[in-house]
Design a protein around this ligand. Structure first.
Ligand SMILES: NC(=O)c1ccc[n+]([C@@H]2O[C@H](COP(=O)([O-])OP(=O)(O)OC[C@H]3O[C@@H](n4cnc5c(N)ncnc54)[C@H](OP(=O)(O)O)[C@@H]3O)[C@@H](O)[C@H]2O)c1
Length: 429
């Protein structure tokens, strides 16, 4: 069979990894697909940068958009990044010129996935984005193919390796957030815009894609609730452990009669839950369905090898002639789901208050909770800090999000309360 001719746009961490795999495993991949994968051209911003690999055998394009117009290119691989700009233009032009398209770009798919999948469908061409979610875990294929017999009800997981690393390191070393943040920066683990990691946006992109694949609903990133890890202190990790929990930044999506729930936020999860022991740069995804009950997937969430492995798997899939819809159902069959607001959540909460040690403080706090009908399951108060302040930790019974937030607003206005109160949702998974 004729070789598959590909062009690679972007030669950073992932692009270099893709070239290494395609070169090292070329014979094995040819045997598995029945055809050779041939890199015909590459592009990046800076031609003279040393990338640690020899790219002199490939054509160089100063403008990646040239790939979309070349007759000798069957498939374009976009490994540049960003939801708009050149990545989006390259996707649009490649698909409308009949080139199949593979990307690792979660921001692009979270924002424009439906529109691009429509273009792929209109042009009868394949588009794939396995590497955009959970790096080395083949979760999109598992959901779209392996679990295709099931009505899926819930998908959740640890979708950002950097924040999982930070939370794991806080617990392992006993260092506070600020110190671990500096160390993580030095290791180069944070995105160029750290907010993508720290504020849950990267996990939000991945969750929107996962929900879309799992439930056959149009990707709706605008309605993902996102809260990151910036307010987590070492005391929270320590108290959580004492209470039998660990703190994880989870993305949770479910589809029910109420609509589509999509939220990313720190959670207290029971120490015994399989997801609680997934540490450092690892990701994990749990998928619940009507006939499989529960499935659990774990693997490296990012990095050159795992991410490039997922990109090459997509290339192989298309080389084998698989060209079904990108989200596994035709765009015309995808539902527009009604968003469920975070303020409709019901469940228990961990609350951390930092207060001045004065008579009557606890009475004021419990009065605010009573006014909102929030009942307490546990209340902990340990010896005071050196400055005469004290942390008060509370665990509520199952209650309504709005009631907790109203009570915390009231508590925040008390003169004896020092820091803004923090509530962390408890997920008994
Ligand atoms: N890194 C990971 O672990 C990981 C995991 C999952 C998904 N992803 C996704 O994979 C994609 C690539 O990530 P990465 O980590 O490989 O990024 P990266 O290391 O920053 O590489 C980006 C590449 O794009 C090139 N580039 C930038 N603007 C360009 C332009 N206008 N035209 C042509 N090339 C351009 C850069 O060129 P220069 O090298 O010359 O500057 C660089 O080679 C992103 O969408 C990312 O979200 C990454």
């Amino acid at each position: 069979m004729k070789s598959l001719k590909i062009a690679i746009a972007g030669l950073g961490t992932v692009g270099v990894g893709v070239i290494k795999i395609l070169e090292e495993h070329s014979a094995m991949i040819a045997a598995r697909t029945g055809r050779r994968i041939e890199i015909v051209a590459v592009s990046a911003s800076n031609r003279s940068r040393d990338r640690g690999i020899d790219i002199s055998g490939y054509d160089w394009a100063d403008n990646v958009l040239d790939f979309a117009a070349r007759d000798d290119v069957d498939m374009v691989i976009e490994l540049i990044g960003g939801s708009d700009g050149v990545a989006k233009e390259l996707a649009q032009q490649s698909l409308s010129n009949g080139k199949s398209f593979v990307t690792a770009n979660k921001a692009l798919i979270a924002h424009h996935g439906a529109e691009l999948a429509q273009s792929a469908e209109d042009n009868n061409i394949a588009m794939r984005f396995e590497a955009s979610v959970a790096g080395g875990i083949p979760i999109i294929k598992s959901i779209g193919e392996g679990l295709a017999a099931n009505r899926l009800t819930k998908v959740y997981g640890i979708l950002n390796g950097t924040t999982n690393y930070m939370l794991s390191q806080m617990e392992a070393t006993g260092k506070d957030y600020g110190e671990i943040l500096e160390e993580t920066k030095l290791l180069g683990y944070l995105e160029a815009d750290p907010s993508l990691d720290l504020d849950g946006i990267d996990a939000g992109h991945k969750l929107a894609i996962l929900g879309s694949v799992a439930f056959g609903v149009k990707t709706d990133f605008d309605n993902v609730y996102m809260e990151g890890i910036r307010r987590i202190k070492l005391v929270d990790i320590e108290y959580a452990r004492e209470l039998g929990y660990r703190i994880k930044l989870l993305g949770i999506s479910s589809l029910s009669d109420a609509g589509l729930e999509q939220r990313v936020h720190p959670c207290l999860v029971p120490k015994s839950a399989p997801i609680a022991i997934v540490d450092n740069g690892f990701n994990a995804v749990v998928v619940d369905g009507d006939y499989i009950d529960r499935t659990f997937y774990e693997g490296r969430g990012a990095g050159e090898g795992p991410t490039a492995s997922a990109v090459v798997a997509d290339i192989i899939d298309i080389a084998r002639g698989r060209s079904g819809p990108a989200f596994f159902v035709p765009i015309g069959e995808m539902q527009e789901a009604r968003p469920v607001s975070i303020s409709d959540r019901n469940g228990p909460y961990y609350i951390r208050l930092h207060v001045e040690e004065q008579p009557g403080v606890i009475a004021d706090i419990t009065a605010a909770l009573r006014d909102e009908d929030v009942s307490l399951h546990i209340m902990l108060q340990k010896g005071s800090e050196q400055d005469g302040t004290v942390y008060v930790i509370m665990v509520t019974h199952e209650t309504h999000e709005k009631r907790v937030m109203n009570a915390l607003d009231q508590i925040d206005s008390l003169s004896s309360v020092i820091d803004k109160p923090l509530a962390i949702r408890i997920e008994n998974l």
